[in-house]
Ligand binder design. Structure first.
Ligand code: NAP
Length: 248
């Protein structure tokens, strides 16, 4: 089960955190993985080396998903060079937190251009290739905050809730082409994005999670492997919660 041998997978934001774990897990299941990064080339190369050290296939791939034209061109180039594109994980994301009254328009725009428009541009490029093959898997990384909302995260929540609408619309639009489109909504996961919180804040968050702890990147990666696999062929338009019960 979950054999991805022979498949090509692009993971945007694959150089760190959840994306890195997804790259490693997809490679462990046999996929050739394209590890996306925006500016952290060294980190992306570390991921490639870790995958190769275990006998997997990977390469680093620079793309700033907030630049739609560049994103589409680069994803098309990779698919052409590798001869196929089976899986896209649109994982690249940023958070800019703050109460509404302090939310600056330029921060809101920046956040939407990476988290929302970046995922849409990546999906458009991937789906163009997948349509010709009449098969493909698109996985968008949303968030529990897109479902529950969170004080101080209006902009972030807006971007992540919008991705759920994108997921459902694209799932309907491309089902007849053999392409499934799903989202993952992670809860609170230990990565650089969440490292800024102090121990007290982390304890408070853990107390609000029924499973009593924060999540690990590999627990999100497992969901991506499933959604990327042939076994998930009948799952589309779904948002898979991996949140320890934080929102049910
Ligand atoms: P992270 O550790 O901060 O890593 C972010 C990744 O995104 C890095 O690889 C980064 O590459 C890349 N990235 C940032 N801006 C980019 C851009 N403009 N173009 C292309 N790549 C860009 O984040 P994470 O915690 O693993 O989060 C990954 C995804 O999961 C995000 O979409 C996040 O919103 C979502 N999520 C996270 C949590 C959580 O608790 N951690 C919960 C729910 C959802 P560089 O290093 O090159 O900048």
């Amino acid at each position: 089960m979950f054999d991805l041998t022979g498949k090509v997978a692009i993971v945007t934001g694959g150089s760190r955190g959840i994306g890195r774990a997804m790259c490693e897990a997809l490679a462990e299941h046999g996929a050739r993985v394209v590890v996306g990064y925006a500016s952290g080339e060294e980190k992306a190369r570390e991921v490639v080396s870790a995958i190769e050290a275990k006998g997997g296939q990977a390469e680093a791939f620079q793309v700033d998903v907030s630049n739609g034209a560049q994103t589409e061109e680069r994803i098309a180039d990779v698919a052409k060079r590798l001869g196929r594109l089976d899986v896209l994980v649109a994982n690249a994301g940023i958070s800019i937190d703050g109460l509404l009254l302090r939310l600056r328009d330029e921060d809101f725009d920046r956040l939407l251009s990476v988290n929302l428009k970046g995922a849409v541009a990546s999906s458009r490029a991937a789906i163009k290739v997948m349509m010709r093959a009449r098969t493909g898997r698109v996985i968008l990384v949303s968030s529990v905050v897109g479902e529950s909302g969170n004080a101080g995260q209006t902009a972030y929540a807006a971007s992540k809730a919008a991705l759920l609408g994108v997921t459902k619309s694209l799932a309907r639009e491309y089902a007849t082409r053999g392409i499934t489109v799903n989202a993952i909504t992670p809860g609170y996961i230990d990565t650089d994005m969440t490292a800024a919180l102090n121990d007290d804040q982390k304890k408070q968050i853990a107390a609000a999670i029924p499973l009593g702890r924060t999540g690990k990147p590999r627990e999100i990666a497992a969901a991506a492997v499933f959604l990327a696999s042939d076994e998930a062929a009948y799952v589309t338009g779904h948002a898979l919660r991996v949140n320890g019960g934080m929102y049910v």
